[in-house]
Design a protein around this ligand. Structure first.
Ligand code: DCP
Ligand code: MG
Ligand code: MG
Length: 591
């Protein structure tokens, strides 16, 4: 993207306050006024602000938390369903409020919105002689939808926190400032709507790119927002404010610079390995190496960074990319709203052997059922033009996408080395097969379908992967629905190509999958889905793979490119960066 253009973007970044705790509070409002902690394994993954006031912290051990605040209510948060659903609901709410279709989720509790077009439009509506009585239009088709605001002032905290009295803004900066004034009011409005309609408070950053919007949000937490404003002086350097803002940040805090990259850069600047906190906190580095330290290090630049960061896992141009980030430049687009996830998967990890075949089968059934339930949540929508006369009480749902492939992956646990030490962690192995059509049958319960799925597909796949007869030592089993074939829809986000034709065909294609009423009759759905030849037998499609499967993007990690994954040194799993600290503690505890 052209630089001048990227300077004009207005990006808003949301991070929900105490997300998991807020989800639990919204289910049970009585918990709002008491200290509340959410437990996963032996760790407090988050806690509400009442608990934080009493000394509880995120990623604290439960034992510590009980000592610090014995009166805290501790709720188990290992089943992620409620958090995932709330996350999706909030995301849908936010993405529907904006126009660009660019709304990107990171993990469960962060969303970027590209609001450039809304700001452009509303700048055009301003009466420059009476800015304090402005109206922000939220719907081009209905000029009455929106909110009144004072465009002569920014809303909420800013960076820099107060304008330098002697600075005269250039005309370009004046224009830019006005855009962010509008951005700040839009952010306030969206935060307010999210709170009043959905019950969630959030912390928001408003800036000209994704990197800065995300970091800006951290400046004032919780229930607040921060806007990065011009001036970008001195000496007319357009990036000046941005650089000042970034300079104090620890290098590891910059999104896009993960733990390993940060350690390499620190080692270079310090001239030795940088020590990092060990034990159960693993919070990061003990030694602060700031963006300023790196940027001002003699000879530092894209080329030097390329040299420092070369090695496994690095990519061509990494030096330039990281250098841009250190200078506040990030041309990455906010990803477009996706109607369906690229894949859905369910997995579980196991600390103990699965001894008997019955145990394996039980796990496959459990995972299969979770997968089908997930497919129902993510891939079904109400069929508006469905029910006919007299049919209004019947909920009709239709599939908006069909995963064509079922994949089973396992991760065998390696034997320990001859010295008793831990051997190198092993890789996942997997098998894929066509998704059996019966899983799309909505007249059967997920549990019944999952029994059949386990018997007819997952067990045979498992047998192909593991020839042993008993005592499987697996650290993980994952079942996934992949290779989505999207059904067309009217939404602008839909990828369906010939929408009209696909709509006409949809009735025919999906008639067997419609639910009209619970029925005794089980449809034979075998030949109803197109693009799958009956000749493709399970065996013929099974392809063994011994290569490591990267953690692929699904609805939860939305866009694999933006979700920072880091590899755990102990089990070598790819873990979202935000969860790595807790994940390492999990290993500590299980040793
Ligand atoms: N989470 C987790 N494991 C981690 C970190 C976070 O399971 N190591 C979960 C719990 C959090 C949610 O992700 O509620 C979002 O993470 P945040 O870091 O944004 O934390 P919170 O939203 O809970 O708190 P804050 O108000 O500081 O944003
Ligand atoms: Mg967060
Ligand atoms: Mg949060």
């Amino acid at each position: 993207m052209h630089r001048a253009c990227s300077l004009q973007r207005v990006i808003i970044h949301f991070d929900y306050d105490c997300f998991y705790a807020s989800v639990v509070e919204n289910e049970n409002p009585a918990l709002k006024s008491v200290p509340l902690a959410i437990q996963q394994k032996q760790i407090v993954v988050t806690c509400n602000y009442e608990a934080r006031r009493r000394g509880l912290r995120k990623l604290q051990l439960i034992t510590e938390a009980r000592k610090v605040c014995p009166e805290a209510v501790i709720v188990l948060g290992e089943d992620l369903t409620r958090f995932r659903d709330a996350s999706k609901d909030l995301y849908n709410f936010l993405q529907q409020s904006i126009w660009s279709g660019r709304a990107e989720r990171l993990g469960f509790d962060e969303v970027w919105l590209d609001c450039t077009d809304m700001i452009d439009y509303n700048i055009g509506l301003l009466n420059l002689n009476d800015l304090s009585h402005s109206f922000f239009c939220m719907n081009k088709d209905d000029p009455t939808i929106g909110f009144a605001y004072d465009a002569s002032n920014v809303y909420g905290p800013t960076y820099p926190s107060s304008p330098c009295p002697t600075t005269v803004l250039s005309e370009q900066d004046e224009e830019l400032r006005l855009r962010f004034v509008l951005g700040s009011h839009l952010a306030r409005h969206l935060r307010h709507e999210l709170e009043s309609q959905k019950g969630y408070t959030s912390t928001v950053g408003i800036a000209m790119n994704k990197l800065l919007a995300k970091l800006a949000g951290n400046v004032n937490k919780p229930k607040n927002q921060t806007t990065i404003l011009p001036p970008r002086e001195p000496l007319g350097d357009p990036e000046r404010t941005v650089i000042r803002f970034l300079d104090d940040h620890d290098i590891g805090k910059i999104p896009g610079i993960g733990f390993k990259l940060a350690q390499k850069i620190r080692a270079h600047v310090l001239g030795r390995e940088a020590a990092f906190s060990e034990g159960p906190t693993y919070a990061g580095t003990k030694e602060l190496v700031t963006v300023f330290d790196v940027r001002s290090y003699p000879g530092m630049g894209p080329k030097r960074l390329d040299e420092i960061l070369a090695g496994p896992g690095s990519f061509k141009g990494i030096g330039g990319k990281i250098w841009d980030l250190l200078n506040g430049m990030d041309d990455a687009e906010v990803a477009k709203v996706r109607r369906v996830p690229s894949q859905i998967s369910q997995e579980d990890s196991y600390m103990k052997y699965l001894h008997t075949f019955e145990e394996v089968k039980k796990q496959l059934h459990i995972l299969g059922e979770r997968l089908i339930r997930r497919m129902h949540m993510d891939l079904l929508e109400d069929d508006d033009d469905g029910g006919g006369i007299g049919d209004c009480e019947t909920l009709r749902r239709r599939w908006i996408a069909h995963p064509r492939t079922l994949r089973l992956s396992t991760r065998p646990r390696p034997l320990s080395g001859p010295d008793g030490g831990r051997a190198r962690a092993s890789q996942r192995i997997s098998r894929s097969a066509p998704m059996p059509n019966f899983v799309f049958n909505l007249n059967e319960t997920p549990s019944t379908l999952a029994l059949r799925l386990a018997d007819e597909a997952l067990v045979p796949m498992f047998r192909k992967l593991h020839h042993e007869q008993a005592s499987w030592n697996l650290s993980l089993i994952n079942v996934a629905a992949t290779n989505m074939a999207e059904t067309a829809a009217e939404t602008k986000e839909s990828k369906g190509r010939d929408i009209g034709r696909m709509f006409r065909r949809q009735d025919e294609i999906l008639k067997d999958f419609r639910v009209t009423a619970p029925s005794e009759e089980v449809n034979d759905t075998r030949s109803a889905i197109p693009d799958r030849s009956a000749a493709q037998s399970l065996d013929a499609m099974m392809a063994e793979s011994t290569s490591d499967i990267p953690v692929e993007d699904d609805w939860d990690s939305e866009d694999g490119k933006s979700q920072q994954l880091e590899r755990c040194e102990i089990c070598e799993n790819a873990i979202p960066a935000f969860a790595l600290a807790a994940h390492r503690r999990y290993h500590d505890l299980s040793n």
